[in-house]
Design a binder for this molecule. Structure first.
Ligand code: 9D3
Length: 255
């Protein structure tokens, strides 16, 4: 099933460009992903087409006005028959996860609302927003890059967006582990050798090696991810093997 994403933004060209290349570009070409941008400036009144005003109570910065956003959202809702949740990208939102991306990717449509300046009048959020999402604990200058992140993550999950060689099931995070290392030719280079096991042709041994490296790297770099998993006996054995081999030159003192 395809997805339609309507983006409310003061920078519609930015959002369109974000989905013009690579996997999401192909998803758009194949009609798996439909993107429409809506500019609140087009729904603002007066010669100045104001979309913002100063912060009530004083202080620096500007806040986005209710009315231009309300009218823009109404126009976006009316542009297609399906009900669409309004998702406000904001630093106050719940952190985006791959689980959330999968949920949203299964919807027929959604409306993404991007803030600029200090944000949006809280009353618009209370009345028109269904969900607030953040992409992480760092400060951006607006919601557009966060919307682009969400569009990319959703677009690539649409059935048929990924090439034959790729697959959403092979993703890091889809099984809760980081990826194993990857190599290509030349097998021998001044920077080092490709691990011999990968050249052995023993597919079962290669699969075990990859699983062990994925477990080991997750243990080294993202122990928080590992804590959330219940490893089966074979995974526990592979991880112990990795830890034994890496004694002395890793961060095991951290664990
Ligand atoms: C300097 C302004 N900040 C005062 C503490 C508040 C602030 C307002 C607006 C901080 C960032 C923004 C703009 N950010 C977003 O719109 C945004 C965002 C982000 O900054 N980080 C992570 N995810 C997101 S989603 C939208």
């Amino acid at each position: 099933m395809a997805v339609r994403i309507d983006v409310v933004t003061l920078f519609p060209e930015f959002v369109r460009q974000c989905a013009a290349f690579g996997v999401t570009g192909r998803a758009v070409e194949r009609d798996l992903l439909r993107l429409e941008a809506w500019n609140p400036r087009d729904y603002a009144e007066g010669g100045y087409r104001r979309v913002d005003d100063s912060v009530c109570g004083g202080g620096p910065g500007m806040v986005m006005l209710i009315e231009p956003l309300r009218r823009t959202l109404a126009a976006a809702h009316q542009a297609a028959p399906e009900a669409a949740p309004v998702i406000y990208l904001s630093p106050q939102g719940k952190r985006l996860t791959q689980d959330k991306v999968r949920q949203l990717a299964s919807l027929p449509r959604m409306i993404l609302l991007c803030g600029r300046y200090e944000g949006i009048d809280e009353r618009l959020i209370e009345h028109e927003v269904d969900e607030e999402l953040s992409i992480g604990d760092y400060v951006l200058s607006g919601g557009e890059l966060a919307a682009a992140v969400l569009i990319d993550a959703i677009g690539r999950l649409q059935e048929g967006a990924l090439g034959d060689a790729q697959s959403a099931e092979q993703d890091s995070f889809s099984d809760g582990l980081l990826d194993c290392p990857h190599y290509t030719r030349p097998v021998s280079h001044g920077f080092g050798e490709v691990p011999a096991i990968l050249l052995s042709g023993d597919h079962a041994a290669i699969a075990r090696w990859r699983r062990r490296e994925a477990l080991g790297r997750t243990w080294q770099r993202r122990p928080d991810l590992l804590d959330a998993l219940a490893l089966d006996v074979e995974d526990q054995r592979l991880l112990e093997e990795f830890k034994r081999e890496h004694k002395g030159h890793t961060h095991e003192q951290d664990h």
